[in-house]
Design a protein around this ligand. Sequence first.
Ligand code: NAP
Length: 295
Amino acid sequence: MYDLIIIGMGISGISASIYAKRAGMNVLLLEGSAPGGTINKINKIENYPGISSISGPDLAYNLFDEVNKLGIEYKLERITDVILEEIKKVKTPNNVYEAKYLLIASGRHPKMLGLKNEEKFLGRGISTCALCDGALYKNSDVAVIGGGSSALSEALYLANIVNKVYLIHRRDEFRGEDTLIQDVKQKGNIELILNNEVTGLKIENDVLTGITLKDQKELNVKGIFIYVGFIPNTDFLINSGVNLEDGYILVDEHHETNIKGVYASGDVTKKEIYQIINAASEGAEAVVYMTNKTN
Ligand code: NAP
């Protein structure tokens, strides 16, 4: 029986685990994928205080290193279900773990466009990670879809590797950060295609060769990078009784859900701002609030 189980080893869950360990809690971290979460897919992080510039994978490595140095227990197991009574039970395919408190920091995953054959060509021309796959398209033309900060920053990253980037957005204005918008506009090999949408994939001999747009135009691109937002990782909460909105977890000002002793932090929660810095602080705060209640 643990004091606290944390679901998710992104920056929010790991920050929480550091605070919990230092508060003397018996804590278990559970992660269904790779430690580090979403930051593993970010090229450059330049807005985290004290670190002027770091790659996402390097920050993820540093976080994981800290988990190991502090001797925080972790297990890489996929969560299938939770039972949230006085004792919180977390089920994985082969185990059931129990704790007094639960913190859900399971993050979110990229949304797709819903095009025919999109899933089939994921990893074979379609990507949601420029950092992971950009090098495959060296000197080729690629398309980036989306109008938020992710699409803008990843288009800039790709523009340094590939021949040309078509940045395709369904509106005439971007919603991403102003500095990124200015940088994109100044980059010589990024062509903006606004008020347009991708309607289909061009496939020849089982190879992705391009895309068709709403205005019937065709673009010959070897790679398509999709950055159109996210879906929260809350499938395992379907029967839990935790209040969700659009799949995101609703929490109060102490990061507690509607179920006593169950907290949530980071990108899996419903909130205004999805930044690395507040994901980290929310994890830490949740632990401070739960330990204050205990004392
Ligand atoms: P986002 O802000 O939600 O933007 C998603 C974009 O995709 C929007 O422009 C949206 O268009 C478009 N979109 C959604 N569904 C679409 C569809 N079916 N077809 C075509 N376009 C579609 O997501 P994000 O850019 O990944 O950013 C997520 C959060 O991370 C934000 O809070 C952002 O500030 C933060 N972030 C920050 C940085 C940084 O450098 N500080 C970098 C990356 C992300 P509409 O505009 O028309 O809705």
